[in-house]
Design a binder for this molecule. Structure first.
Ligand SMILES: Cc1ncc(COP(=O)(O)O)c(C=O)c1O
Length: 391
């Protein structure tokens, strides 16, 4: 099977044809990841969260596989709309919205929304007959650097109170949702959150509040260190067990983002300057933390980087710096690489999630160009090769 895990790209050829810097998006890797998660969670409706890689192509590829979608902004609504996605397969999960955001999603036809406080609930009063509401519950997770429960979600202790408030006001209560944090190291917190929600669903039932949906969020991790597929089936096995205790009439949803998109992009950039500073070679590149490597700042991720040359011999510690004039724009302070020359290439793997999505154009330097391939399609194999200059 050809995808970015199993196939070598001819980076030099790509740069010769399209210039530098580049982000290479592979549709086959998107499919591979979606299908692996679908297999690991067979009874869960997967809503791809657009935020890590909000591209029409990704949405179109996933739509063909029968995926559903998770939206959080009007711009994301525009993307699914332009890909002709059925709005009934979408949920809008931003816990805090303006009235015009709610209206925009409703006009598109998406009617599932999230609330986690009374002020947000009030915003839906005029749309009461149109919306289905998920109550987001917080499950803080010190095991991840992206702990989304810090900012959103009500405590489990406050859930029945907020459900009752919605019921008293005549709202259509749809269910509960949570997000235990992104890139979690194990599924322990998912299991704890599901177990807690199972209890809350039963308690709500006792109060005459019917819960139809449990949305278990995202967080499914990738292997940044080795840039290899993770054993997602083993990761999900405890989640499948915990879901066996969820009442049978409750539909399960998830909002995976990173797991589907992260492995599907490689970055290629070029050495544009070399300087000897503080006893090390500094290589100045045409991409950096203000652009494709922005995830190193916002997402706390360190991407695997290498040169597509003799990368195993004569390595030495060096610094990789980005193209802007800011001194924070350094993507590696102490990385072991062979001596590089002007115009040599540097490659970053696993760069599909929270990379170009958070890129800026600081210094008026444009964002990296995205080149789309489908490595399952023979016309894309002109950009692949057996082995990269092994010498
Ligand atoms: C509401 C919501 N859903 C889904 C996601 C995607 O999470 P992940 O990329 O960890 O799968 C996020 C990430 O921030 C989120 O905030």
């Amino acid at each position: 099977m050809n995808n970015l895990f199993s196939t070598n790209l001819n980076y030099q050829k790509l740069v010769s044809q399209f210039g530098s810097p580049l982000l290479i998006l592979d549709k086959a890797t998107i499919r591979y990841q979606y299908l692996a998660l679908h297999k690991a969670l067979p009874n869960v409706t997967l809503h791809y969260a657009l935020k890590p890689l909000p591209l029409n192509t990704v949405v179109s590829v996933l739509k063909e596989l029968g995926a559903s979608f998770d939206l959080a902004s009007n711009g994301e609504v525009d993307i699914v709309k332009s890909a002709n996605v059925d709005p009934k397969t979408c949920i809008h999960t931003h816990p805090i919205k303006k009235d015009q955001d709610i209206k925009y999603a409703l006009e598109y036809g998406c009617n599932v929304f999230v609330y986690d406080n009374e002020t947000e609930l009030e915003k839906f009063t005029k749309y009461k007959d149109q919306v289905k509401l998920l109550l987001r519950v917080s499950f803080p997770n010190p095991e991840t650097k992206v702990d989304l429960s810090k900012k959103f979600g009500t405590t489990p202790e406050n859930v029945l109170n907020l459900l009752q408030k919605a019921k008293d006001k005549g709202f259509n209560i749809y269910g509960l949702s949570f997000h235990v944090g992104s890139q979690v190291p194990n599924s322990k917190r998912h299991v704890e959150a599901i177990t807690s929600c199972n209890n809350l669903i039963n308690q709500a039932q006792d109060l005459g509040i019917n819960i139809s949906v449990l949305d278990i969020g995202g967080g499914f991790p990738v292997d940044y260190q080795n840039a290899e597929p993770i054993d997602i089936d083993s990761f999900c096995a405890p989640i499948r067990e915990a879901l066996k205790n969820t009442p049978k009439n409750v539909q399960i949803l998830a909002e995976p983002g990173r797991f589907i998109s992260a492995p599907a992009m490689h970055n290629i950039c070029t050495v544009t300057g070399i300087s000897r500073r503080f006893d090390k070679n500094w290589y100045y590149l045409d991409d950096g933390v203000y652009c494709s490597y922005s995830g190193q700042i916002f997402d706390h991720v360190c991407y695997p980087k290498f040169t597509p040359y003799n990368s195993h011999i004569n390595v030495e510690s060096c610094v990789l710096a980005g193209p802007t004039c800011d001194s924070i724009d350094v993507i590696a302070e102490d990385i072991k690489l062979p001596k590089l020359k002007l115009n040599d290439l540097l490659v970053g793997k696993m760069m599909g999630a929270y990379t170009i999505a958070t890129a800026t154009e600081f210094n008026f330097i444009p964002k990296s160009k995205i080149i789309e391939l489908d490595l399952a399609d023979s016309s894309s194999t002109i950009y692949t090769e057996e082995l990269l200059n092994a010498a």
